[in-house]
Write a protein that binds this ligand. Sequence first.
Ligand code: UDP
Length: 421
Amino acid sequence: MREPAGHAEASVCTNAKYVIVQILGERPASKERSILFLFSDTGGGHRASALAIDAGLRAVATTLNVHTQHVDAFASCGTFPLREGVASYGSMLKVQPSPYPAIFHLTNGRTRFRVIAELGKPFIRRNFRRMLQDIQPDLVVSVHPLLNVYARQMLDASGLPAPLVTVITDLVTIHHSWTAAGAADHYVVGSPEARGVCADRGIPLSRIHDFGLPIRAGFSPAPADRRDAKAALGLDPSRRTLLVMAGGEGGGRVPRLLQGIAPTLRELDLQVVAIAGKNVGLRRKLGALGETLGRDALILGFVENVADYMRAADALLTKAGPGTIAEAAACGLPVIVCDFISGQEAGNLDYVISRRAGIVAMDSVSVGSALHRLFGSDNSNVLIEMRAKALASARPDAARRIGELVLDLMETSVTAAVRGA
Ligand code: UDP
């Protein structure tokens, strides 16, 4: 029978070479097993997913003494120009029109991606191998598409037998980098649609696990009466609240749309809470709109407690970020999707519509009608039904199930090693 693990709280620290989050606390005397999470701070979804899986692992009882390390592989191991190229993701999303969709489409092909990965390899290979040799992981979890092939190649080159698990953090539209060369031993996907894409690319079904997108703790069904949740955030408990998000980078058309729907926000007396993420310029711009967005609009930068705001809100206006959609679903929060990153997030529009978890409205006129539909007179049934559908589409146990898979793989490899000894 499984005993509880020697897991404790995760904390972030930075050492000279790698950005690492370690699980601290009492460890049992048994041999420590090491799990390496590979991520990159592009957008907000990859880091959030890795932390969610880490927490999911800790919720699973195991006899193994598990120790995790999170490495932002491009920041820590990459060199110019690869490191700077990857880091420019956020800036690319902030300019309009963004060059990013063109890059997505130009690199999205089996052969095209193989060429790109080979071109980038000299700018990461040495440090990546050294990092693996330092850490000596027993298992690697990659949550970033551009790291899978490098992880496979460097593990093999270092003679490390660690299984590689890729957790695909896109919901539906899966760039070829995720599946390139069938590099991972196991693929975790966020939807049946993604499972189909992987299968079509030749990954055996036995290696694909449709668990949903891993989300952090705290994203749970909101109470029907959200007055307390609003008051706890300093919001007016009696007003309906529209949360506005534009991903971790705070990019895209959301800010411009807000200006377009400002008259509707005031007409419906909605309380606006806008989270600008890492985009300092956007925060400033939205702040300057002041009362245009209605009484007491709250404009925030990057916040750690998105879950609190989602649990307090009545609806979410957002770009089609997969993490944000999955988190909103877990809170039973209807979404109005008003923007998407071409290519990468295109499939998420149909995803929301097919689950009836929200409305897709791509211009200010349609967003205005969507708001009237949800918040106009006699609207309560529409909102209530959509809340139920959003919740029904949620996969709140994804992180724990990934944790179970990872621990099972580690236990299997320990057993095999014992047998082989
Ligand atoms: N996020 C956050 N704080 C913020 C803004 C965003 O923690 O201030 C998180 C959000 O909860 C979600 C992630 O960033 O987990 C955004 O991921 P998504 O896949 O929606 O979009 P991306 O930013 O990766 O394009």
